[in-house]
Design a protein around this ligand. Structure first.
Ligand code: AMP
Length: 471
């Protein structure tokens, strides 16, 4: 299962002066993280005795009603937004996942993907444990409950992570205590902030900004935070020699106003544009982004190449998931519903078209067709990531090698399919320079086919390094 998600945890002090109820604070934070998942969302609050939740399929504003949120009373809670590939889009998989057990209740919000999910699930099912979802988060919940029956929460979590292989940034409630955990390789982001009278953990710092809080720092890879009434404790559970921060967070996934692994995503995307201009210069009249994800890189390209920035496409900001019937005509309408051309900025122009990535190639092809029909003279596609040639096992929905156009076509082949006059991808070195984090600490698996963890059937150069038994 591929999942792209956002997590939040909020705790406010019992006597805090803050007027905003915890559930509403989580709701606002989830709004800020909506780009990380549009399929379902949930909020769980602990009221001192019990956990209560609101969950549903759809966007944050579709699922929550103010009156119901205000009835979720309590000082601590977690929240989640989720996107998964079709087929697993079910309310049962909607998080936070709640498990009641003999000694209490746990609730988990998970961003990431366990590569050893099937193995762990088989093992737990053989022990007689029953699963109600098809989500890997339930494996974490079962492992945690087993440990909690024998150990304290910190020791329990420490034992659980020895079993997990993959990516996980987690907000966890064990009864009314909030915990935040980031996997030892730090695939997915997770940060902690100060609120008026409390704390927040969130996938991205924009959630903290939205609540008018202050970013304290990011949770370190392998670190567990335990929130107390007016402070939090840090436990470094695992320390790896190298990390594996996901580069796709910078390329496409995260909001440009977020700070991830100490880097403002906006700056990284602008540098991506500058690197692209240096690596793939071309004579043109204007630089135009594919909105919204290409905008910042297009600004960088325009500055570096000294070519005018001009928007040739406009995106409908209010588009959610579209109801699409089969057939070419309907597909065209669907594209036009999402995006329209600004003809005056396109007609008779030689355009540098900047997009963040090409995955399957279908979006680029449709957009380039649209721009051609609007009268562009030349279209030079420049892509803010290297060719995506290998699948992601850590939570980014990229599909299989069969579906990835660059996995079985050369750059010239992709150029022909998308019908561009020229095509230039950013190099791996250019991307690493733009991010500004050493290559050893990044996960570049989708671009190199070299995985930071041992995945059956895939190449893992780190296996030879024998970092420690966890890897
Ligand atoms: P395509 O090449 O047709 O698969 O579409 C690629 C475009 O979809 C990129 O330019 C991104 O803007 C967007 N995109 C890339 N990766 C993802 C993803 N994992 N989930 C959703 N959209 C994505």
């Amino acid at each position: 299962m591929k999942e792209e998600c956002g997590v939040v945890g909020v705790v406010v002090q019992n006597n805090a002066s803050t007027g905003t109820p915890t559930a509403l604070q989580i709701y606002y934070a989830l709004y800020a993280l909506q780009h990380r998942g549009q399929e379902s969302t949930g909020i769980t609050i602990h009221d001192g005795l019990h956990c209560k939740s609101i969950k549903g399929m759809g966007l944050v504003p579709e699922v929550y009603v103010k009156k119901d949120l205000l009835e979720l009373k309590g000082n601590v809670g977690i929240g989640h937004v989720r996107y998964s590939t079709t087929g697993h889009s079910k309310i049962e998989n909607c998080q936070p996942l709640i498990v009641n057990y003999k000694s209490g209740t746990i609730a988990i919000a998970h961003n990431g993907n366990l590569a050893n999910y099937s193995l762990l699930r088989d093992e737990l099912e053989l022990e007689g444990r029953i699963f109600i979802t098809s989500s890997d988060t339930e494996v974490i919940a079962h492992l945690l409950v087993k440990e909690l029956l024998r150990h304290d929460p910190v020791e329990s979590i420490s034992n659980v992570i020895k079993r997990l292989k993959g990516s996980y940034s987690l907000a966890i409630l064990i009864d009314d205590q909030l915990y935040a955990l980031r996997d030892p390789l730090g695939f997915k982001p997770l940060c902690v902030g100060k609120l008026d009278g409390g704390f927040i953990v969130a996938s991205e710092s924009v959630a903290i900004d939205t609540l008018n809080g202050t970013l304290i720092r990011e949770v370190s890879p392998g670190e567990l935070l335990v929130f107390k009434n007016d402070s939090f404790e840090s436990h470094i559970l695992v320390q790896e020699k190298y990390h594996a921060h996901c580069v796709f967070e910078y390329v496409y996934f995260a909001r440009p106003d977020s700070i991830i692994n100490g880097k403002l995503v906006y700056n990284v995307r602008e540098k991506i544009g500058r690197e692209l201009a240096r690596e793939h210069p071309v004579k043109a009249d204007s630089v135009s982004p594919v909105p919204d994800s290409g905008i910042t890189s297009a600004i960088g390209y325009s500055y570096e190449a000294n070519i005018k920035y001009s928007e040739g496409l406009m995106k409908n900001r209010y588009i959610g998931r579209t109801f699409i019937l089969p057939g070419q005509a309907m597909r065209e309408t669907a594209v036009r519903l999402k995006m329209n051309t600004i003809s005056e900025n396109i007609k008779d122009q030689r355009i540098v078209l900047i997009d963040d990535s090409i995955v399957r190639g279908t979006t680029s092809r449709r957009i380039i067709d649209m721009i051609r029909r609007a009268g562009a003279k030349e279209i030079h596609a420049r892509i803010g990531s290297p060719p995506i040639i290998a699948p992601c096992y850590f939570g980014i929905d990229m599909g299989t090698r069969n579906e990835l156009i660059a996995a079985h076509k050369t750059v010239a082949g992709v150029e022909a399919v998308i019908n561009a006059d020229s095509l230039g991808y950013l190099s791996i070195e250019g991307l690493v320079r733009a991010i500004g984090i050493e290559k050893e600490n990044l996960c570049l698996a989708c671009l190199t086919s070299e995985y930071p963890l041992d995945i059956p059937g895939e190449y893992c150069p780190r296996r030879q390094l024998k970092l420690n038994e966890f890897s």
